[in-house]
Write a protein that binds this ligand. Structure first.
Ligand SMILES: [Zn+2]
Length: 553
């Protein structure tokens, strides 16, 4: 071989290398087609709406485990398996439950699933006869902010009627609860907890679309769903909770000589105290059957090259609302195509992208959580029983998108102003020519409503975002024309089904931003954190020594 020949070959090799590099650079890391296929399968009737403990549970867990294995990942669950068991108790209300309001001699009949909802809290029979009603304002007990709706009020044997959201969401000013944006105390779960602690027998929330952030249809159709709690079920002094449709609540208050808008104004005062609704009572009866069920989180792992004992955790909930219809069309399956086959498919696809690419410095974990729709139970169980130390988990990136959109010019940040992960998100988005916009409905409290929250509450920097609605074609008006009807009609319903017309272009943007964001953290030695004054920062600070370089082995 001559020198010239060698030179020619070398030149040829480098030309091939350049072409290969160009091809690799040109091939996008995230494939719309693979996401489409996973969504199609997970949202098919064969998976029966992926209800925890239902037949679709096992099928989903098997599908995800196989998909992670096929992507070349390691099992990341407990005992060398793909899974982490999550012990649950399923709560089914028996048929024939009754609910009625009375004011003086007048009875206002309620129908669970019709104009009200009813959740029983204890296994077996519950009978409540003419329990006095109390108006509890926003039902907020928050000594740090100087609010205590129940201070000095005896709630034993009584049912509290409360407003949805927090005291200043429609006050037009900040009363210490972040103005229009919802704080945790505004979540119904917080209200139930506060009333239970104050000794109440029951809580009813007055439904208003804006305050609740979803239409009554969502609430009413949820009445047919089984409830779940993490095992074991503990006896509760709070025997029942539920929602009252707006018109029924209005009838109750008017009959009692009260008026909703006046009550709201009174309730926007830190000195507000709960008071009796004159002559008003609630009666209820029903049976609750408790069944122990084990569901599973699915966890896959890609071991880091240089910092294997530091973690970046991607998550999405695999569960939907199961075979718990039927709707008017006779369809019983709440397929959960958008919510959350899409996020689950994105996590699978991001895992494939990581597995194909250069090994990241930190270990990357991919979790598909169970029972998010039942109260973030799978993620909550992991956060209390972490398979990998939370102190050394650098970030949690949660994918729980709410609509499959065409290509957009933005991504929407949920609950902004909390963590410096938001700066990395902006950089990742900018690398794709996208900007970050703030969620348009901060009163909905989305930061507390998905699987990143159990991690944030324990100090782990956690971020959630979704595809933006400022569409390349048609702008925000076109985006809202897709988001609005989905939220009003399909969210959690049997109509959240796979649509073959979806391009998944917005989903690819969402997943690509998530991939780039996670990659930047996985290949960096620094620890993301919380902005000063954010409550989760103090929790994180307590585990600081565990992140010191000496703690690494
Ligand atoms: Zn969801």
């Amino acid at each position: 071989m001559t020198h010239t020949g060698l030179a020619a070959i070398t030149a040829g090799v480098s030309a091939v290398a350049v072409v290969m590099a160009a091809a690799a650079a040109a091939e996008p890391p995230i494939s719309a087609e693979r996401i489409r296929e996973d969504v199609r399968v997970l949202a098919s009737d064969e998976f029966e709406g992926r209800g925890p403990g239902e037949p679709g549970d096992r099928r989903t867990v098997e599908y995800l485990s196989r998909a992670f294995a096929a992507a070349g990942l390691e099992p990341g669950g407990v005992d060398g398996l793909w899974t982490q068991p999550v012990p649950l108790v399923r709560l089914d209300r028996g048929p024939g439950a009754t609910l009625a309001l009375a004011v003086g001699a007048r009875t206002i009949p309620l129908t669970p699933g019709g104009n009200a909802t009813l959740a029983l809290r204890n296994a077996g029979r519950t009978e409540v006869s003419r329990a006095p009603l109390v108006f509890g304002g926003y039902g907020v007990v928050d000594p740090a902010r100087g609010w205590d709706a129940y201070g000095g009020v005896d709630l034993r044997g009584k049912v509290v009627v409360v407003l949805a959201n927090d005291p200043d969401f429609e006050a037009g000013r900040d009363l210490g609860f972040e103005g229009r944006r919802m704080v945790l105390a505004g979540r119904v779960g917080s209200k139930f907890g506060a009333a239970a602690k104050a000794g109440a027998l029951g809580v009813l929330v007055i439904h208003e679309d804006a305050a609740a952030s979803y239409p009554f249809l969502q609430v009413a159709s949820g009445d047919a769903l089984p409830a779940f709690v993490l095992a074991p079920l503990k006896p509760s002094s709070l025997q029942l909770s539920g929602w009252l449709r707006h018109d029924v609540a209005g009838e109750l208050l008017t009959t009692a000589g009260l008026e909703l808008e006046t009550l709201k104004r009174r309730a926007r005062d830190p000195a507000f105290r709960a008071f009796a609704i004159p002559d008003a009572t609630l009666s209820a009866s029903g049976e609750l059957v408790a069944t122990e069920v084990t569901s599973h989180n699915v966890i896959a792992r890609l071991r880091g090259a240089s910092r294997p004992d530091e973690y970046v955790l991607y998550g999405a909930h695999w569960d939907a609302n199961g075979r718990n219809g039927p709707d008017a069309r006779g369809d019983a399956v709440r397929n959960g195509a958008v919510d959350n086959a899409t996020g689950t498919a994105e996590v699978l696809e991001i895992a494939r992208a990581f597995a194909r690419g250069p090994r990241p410095g930190r270990t990357v974990l991919f979790a598909a959580w169970t029972a998010e729709e039942k109260g973030l139970l799978g993620a909550e169980h992991y956060a209390t029983n972490p398979v990998y130390p939370l102190a050394r988990t650098a970030a949690v990136i949660n994918l729980d998108p709410h609509v499959v959109l065409p290509a957009a010019r933005d991504v929407e940040l949920i609950g902004g102003g909390r963590t410096d992960l938001e700066l990395r998100l902006a950089a990742a988005a900018a690398s794709l020519g996208l900007r970050v916009t703030l969620e348009p409905n901060p009163e909905a409290g989305w930061y507390f409503r998905s699987d990143h929250f159990p991690f944030a509450a324990r100090g782990v920097p956690a971020i959630a975002f979704r595809a933006g609605r400022d569409l390349v074609e048609g702008g925000t008006a076109a985006g809202n024309a897709i988001v609005g009807p989905y939220n009003a009609e399909d969210y959690h319903q049997t109509t959240d089904e796979f649509d073959p017309r979806w391009t998944f272009a917005g989903t690819v943007q969402e997943a690509t931003v998530a991939f780039e964001l996670g990659r930047s953290i996985a290949n960096d030695g620094s620890w993301p954190g919380w902005y000063p004054g954010v409550e989760y920062g103090a929790v994180r600070a307590a585990s600081e020594p565990e992140r010191a370089p000496a703690a690494a082995k």
